[in-house]
Ligand binder design. Structure first.
Ligand SMILES: NC(=O)c1ccc[n+]([C@@H]2O[C@H](COP(=O)([O-])OP(=O)(O)OC[C@H]3O[C@@H](n4cnc5c(N)ncnc54)[C@H](OP(=O)(O)O)[C@@H]3O)[C@@H](O)[C@H]2O)c1
Length: 250
């Protein structure tokens, strides 16, 4: 089992879902973990519950918050070993309903935010020969109707993963992504803003399409984030690992 003693991990969107599960697993392996989110309550609850986790209230879509978040991590802990770009946004958005605000909101959190955080984190990741783990989706490389902008934003994140991996390899910074399949979190209600009825419909459809017969839980995805951030993955960069019950292969 990997050891993260003395390592410092920054996870965006760590107050719930996949980010929270990853934060718990990193902390259990000895890491000091800083999670971000816009609502303090969930972050504080997690930090109060788990030693080794603290938080910064920050919007992963905000350019100002990106630099300030990394500065806070360094001021508190003096180093950064891995950046997990987990916070994401999306919408069921048929082309007929697309408008500039909705498209911009999706790309702000899924593409621009991770880029600016990576830029701010870079000198510190070079210093530790650290890692970036980006969180994508099956739909970052599988087409789906009414998801074009979410899917394209995750496709951009996957391709940035490969480009950054080449760009940063000489500095010893590894860059990989985990592409999650449909996972039981607040994503459908909070991020996609679907009604309870729509959520049930989507879930039913997804269960039928996933070869392993169920939607995932955050604990299915988190170990792969941890694995890519740590020394066991020392010779692995530029990869997108799809963790989705076989949906991508179907
Ligand atoms: N769940 C799925 O089915 C699924 C499938 C494929 C890929 N993914 C990807 O996995 C990642 C995590 O998804 P999840 O389902 O675990 O998310 P989630 O449960 O909807 O949200 C996790 C956390 O992210 C925070 N967050 C959202 N927007 C943020 C922002 N702009 N800045 C900072 N924090 C933000 C939320 O807190 P606040 O609202 O307080 O900020 C929340 O605590 C996303 O990138 C998503 O695209 C999810």
């Amino acid at each position: 089992m990997q050891n993260f003693n003395d390592k410092v991990i920054l996870i965006t969107g760590g107050g719930a879902g996949i980010g929270r599960a990853a934060a718990r697993q990193f902390a259990a392996l000895g890491a000091r973990v800083v999670v971000t989110g816009r609502r303090e309550e969930a972050l504080k609850a997690l930090a109060d519950q788990i030693p080794g986790i603290d938080y910064v209230v920050a919007d992963a879509a905000s350019a100002d918050d990106a630099a300030a978040t990394v500065q806070t991590v360094i001021a508190r802990h003096g180093r950064l070993d891995a950046l997990v770009n987990n916070a994401g946004g999306g919408a069921i958005l048929p082309l007929a309903d697309a408008n500039v605000e909705r498209i911009r909101d999706i790309f702000a959190v899924n593409v621009i935010g991770p880029s600016l955080l990576a830029t701010a984190a870079l000198p510190h990741l070079k210093a530790t020969r650290g890692a970036i783990v980006n969180i994508s989706s099956t739909f970052g490389h599988k087409a789906a109707p009414a998801l074009s902008h979410y899917a394209a934003s995750k496709a951009a994140l996957e391709h940035m993963t490969r480009c950054w991996a080449l760009e940063l390899a000489a500095d010893g910074v590894r860059v990989n992504a985990v592409a999650a399949g449909p996972t039981e979190t607040e994503f459908l209600t909070e991020r996609m803003q679907l009604s309870a009825e729509q959520v049930e419909h989507v879930k039913q459809q997804e269960r039928g399409r996933i070869p392993l017969g169920r939607r995932g839980v955050p604990e299915d995805v988190a170990p792969w984030i941890v694995a890519l951030a740590g020394a066991d993955a020392a010779w692995l960069t530029g990869q997108v690992i799809t963790v989705d019950g076989g949906l991508n292969a179907s």
